[in-house]
Design a protein around this ligand. Structure first.
Ligand SMILES: [Fe+2]
Ligand SMILES: [Fe+2]
Length: 494
């Protein structure tokens, strides 16, 4: 199975979810559906040789072409959604035959339309099979749980047959720390899919509630209180396709971490986390061509973009939530671009200071945004560069005391920073410094796999010295942009 490149299955799953979502929201001939369909077909064609392409789910694991995937944080987000989508329809496997490459695009859309419609059906799997028969679709097959049991090995797992990115999840002998990572990843993925489903409901004009999101955020609060580095590590996840949602997740996590650092109560942290999750909800009203515009926005486009914080408030107002909770969710999203000196947007006459939650959101929002590569900005700042740049805005853009707290929380080299050391090794900051040397964190060494990628090596403490000598064994000489090497820090930190 050496022909399988690990990113391809991730691309297939993402493309599957994109077309499923587009079909759910729009008519067959809508541009979004047409585009998602052609992307899906293209990826299928890249994978397909003579053999069928299969995705299967068994005992909470995803199998791609019969191989169990080791799911890293990036894939965890999409894997969770795929599992929800398929098992919610009684589907545990989909197998595309090579003929799938020759069918017209409309037939592929028809297949996804069948899946979408079956979601409401009492016995979805039967309905899907009937519909496939009615339309004489034989280039794809859906499988039940029993079909899967018969076709997959009992325990195809940690025997070297797994495909995928890093991560030690799936191993039964996982350490307590690995279990915490697994829990964190699942929580991250679940919260992200809840946020997306809220946004989907808003787009299609259906009522959306906050109870599920609140439960997940409370779990994240508990995890940050127990071991903030895991969630902070996960907040280094970047995703071009789902930028706004992943960004909102990261803002939520970082806001909770900063709130915890300054001693807020658990209840306040949960409210703050929800504010982070919903702060950009109003972007569902900004046309994609403005949101993803490669060049600079013109004055008219800016006007639309600048409305998003107000739009977020209007959308939050429509959510089903207890009035006292809803009241606490309105102000911080409204304020997140106001700036500390009120010179930001929306423009209005106001003398009162930005609220504490608003000031926290302003800091973590900018930090996540400038450390994320975007469609229109391929390069991003490394975490330490971002903190440096933001320090120049203390007292103007940001509350100076809160910014100081944030810099202290993140350290000189925040978790997820990619560093080059004087030993010639490169690595990712995995944990904050244990001792008094704030510039000496613990670093996960990255080892080249010979194919332009990396595998995670041991974790070293930069405070470690050379035998009895006074010199340090390793010292950071520079930081590197993880994006330049195609690295998702979160995938290497567990
Ligand atoms: Fe925003
Ligand atoms: Fe934002």
């Amino acid at each position: 199975m050496s022909r399988i490149e690990s990113p391809l299955y991730e691309k297939l799953i993402s493309a599957f979810l994109r077309i499923a979502r587009a079909v759910h929201l729009y008519a067959d001939n809508n541009q979004a559906v047409v585009k998602a369909c052609s992307e899906f077909r293209e990826i299928l064609a890249r994978i397909m040789e003579e053999e069928p392409v299969s995705l299967q789910i068994s005992d909470g694991h995803i199998y791609f072409m019969g191989q169990r995937l080791r799911i890293g944080p990036r894939a965890a987000v999409t894997a969770e959604r795929l599992e929800d989508y398929l098992t919610g329809r009684g589907i545990f496997g989909i197998v595309w035959q090579p003929e799938a490459l020759d069918i017209p695009a409309e037939q592929m859309v028809a297949f996804f339309r069948i899946l979408a419609r079956a979601g409401e059906h009492e016995n979805p799997l039967n309905r899907i099979r009937e519909s496939l028969d009615e339309k004489s679709i034989s280039w794809v097959r859906v499988e039940s749980q029993q079909d899967i049991k018969a076709s997959l090995p009992e325990t195809a797992s940690d025997d070297g047959k797994t495909a995928g990115v890093s991560g030690n999840n799936g191993k039964s002998s996982a350490s307590p720390k690995a279990k915490l990572w697994e829990k964190g990843r699942k929580s991250y993925g679940r919260t992200l899919s809840i946020l997306k489903s809220i946004a989907d409901k808003i787009i299609s004009g259906k009522p959306a509630g906050v109870a599920k999101a609140m439960r997940q955020i409370q779990q994240i609060v508990d995890m940050i209180i127990a071991d903030e580095e895991i969630m902070m590590g996960l907040s280094t996840l970047r995703d071009h396709d789902d930028y706004t949602y992943v960004h909102s997740m990261n803002v939520s996590i970082l806001a909770i971490a900063l709130g915890h650092f300054i001693g807020l109560s658990k209840q306040d942290l949960a409210t703050l986390g929800l504010c982070g999750l919903f702060h950009d909800l109003g972007k569902v009203k900004v046309p994609l061509k403005i949101l993803n515009k490669p060049g600079k926005l013109n004055a008219e486009e800016w006007k639309i973009m600048e409305r998003h914080s107000l739009e977020s408030v209007l959308e939050i107002l429509k959510l089903k939530a207890p009035p006292e909770l809803k009241a606490r969710l309105l102000l911080p999203p409204f304020e997140h671009h106001l700036k500390y000196d009120l010179s930001g947007y929306p423009k209005f006459h106001r003398r009162s200071q930005v609220s504490l939650f608003g000031r926290i959101l302003a800091i973590v929002d900018v930090y996540d945004a400038i450390t994320s590569p975007r469609v229109y900005r391929k390069t991003s700042l490394s975490p330490d560069e971002a903190l440096d740049l933001m320090s120049a805005g203390a007292g103007k853009d940001f509350d100076p005391l809160l910014l100081k707290a944030f810099v202290n929380l993140m350290g000189v080299y925040p978790v997820g920073t990619m560093v080059k050391m004087d030993s010639g090794e490169i690595g990712l900051v995995a944990r904050r410094p244990g001792g008094r040397h704030l510039d000496r964190p613990r670093v996960r060494i990255l080892i080249s796999n010979g194919n332009g990628g990396f595998v995670p090596g041991k974790t070293v403490d930069l405070a470690e010295r050379n035998g009895h000598a006074r010199s340090f064994r390793r010292t950071v000489v520079e930081t590197i942009h993880p994006g330049q090497l195609g690295i998702q820090p979160a995938a290497y930190l567990s």
